[in-house]
Write a protein that binds this ligand. Sequence first.
Ligand code: ASP
Ligand code: MG
Length: 377
Amino acid sequence: MRIVQKYGGSSVADLERLGQVAERIAGFAREGHELAVVVSAMGNTTNELLALARETTSAPDRRELDMLISVGERISMALLAMKLKEMGVDARSLTGSQSGIITDEAHADARVVEVRPARVDDLLSQGKVVIVAGFQGVSRTREVTTLGRGGSDTTAVVLAAALKADYCEICSDVDGVWSADPRVVPTAARIDELSLAEGLALARGGAKVLFEDALRYARDQGVTLRATATTGPGAGTRLVAGSQARSGAVAVTADTQLLAIDVGEADEHAMVEALADSGARLRRRVGSVLHVDLRNAHSGVALPRGATALGPIGVVTAVGTALGESPTLQLQASQALGDIALLARGASGDAAWWQVPIDRIDEATCAIHDAIVPTTE
Ligand code: ASP
Ligand code: MG
């Protein structure tokens, strides 16, 4: 089989873990599979590089930022290839650019526009294990770009599609996708199978298990994904095309990295442009208030005149096929909030959301989870 695997930052956090990943890869290679492996930066490397930039200047230039933060994944790719060679596995590392990942020009949050997999394809046909630096590509003007935080997932999915891989495996320290973060919700359970659309709605709601762009791409290209643990016997989660029949919600997630902005008298066009320029993502609009995801706005957002930042907010999102069209389930969840103030709510497609006071977000997540996610026996 032809397989694309991706190993997250915690799976390659130190040389010992990198060695375990190399063993796992060698196992697949020995079974005769063709293997392209995408790696994230080791542990906290990306955060450390971003911190260095912020110590240097309060508003780092986004092109230079990409030159800096793309380095993390190159460290992992080279070390992993060295380790594999030492173990007798014929491995070769490639940067995103060398792997043919072509993106738009949006530094720090670029979209993949084309993949030219010829070089990876050739190396695979020669029996080599190809190690690709995740999270990065090259623009048509030959600038190094990065794909947004969590973007190594995107690298894996776009390569899987371009290489016509049998499946794409996303390996991390968590065994698959859970119905909620088990550190927050004690009753959370692992999900066996999830539709790619549900996975996307979950990622858009702030779940960190898989990156939203990767899921959107997988859904559009019909790439089958498996989310599994790097070590241990876990069964993981299959993410598949098509929709799943559900009697309730399948998962609940919380987002506390959103900023509320009142558009006020500001020019609508200037507002949208300011968000796009900064790498911020617009989640939704509620009346005159925007909910904006700032994860990739490393230099802040310059708001147009008339707009006001209202501050960080907390939003709980529940996901399940057609949940957005089930007022009964939504009401059940709202009622479960009890004395937690409901500041705003809404629903569409496979998702429904509730804005609650940010200091009660964990309680709200538990309440909504236990109200509308059926327990699996
Ligand atoms: N290293 C990058 C990040 O921390 C990309 C990734 O891990 O997927 O966001
Ligand atoms: Mg990730």
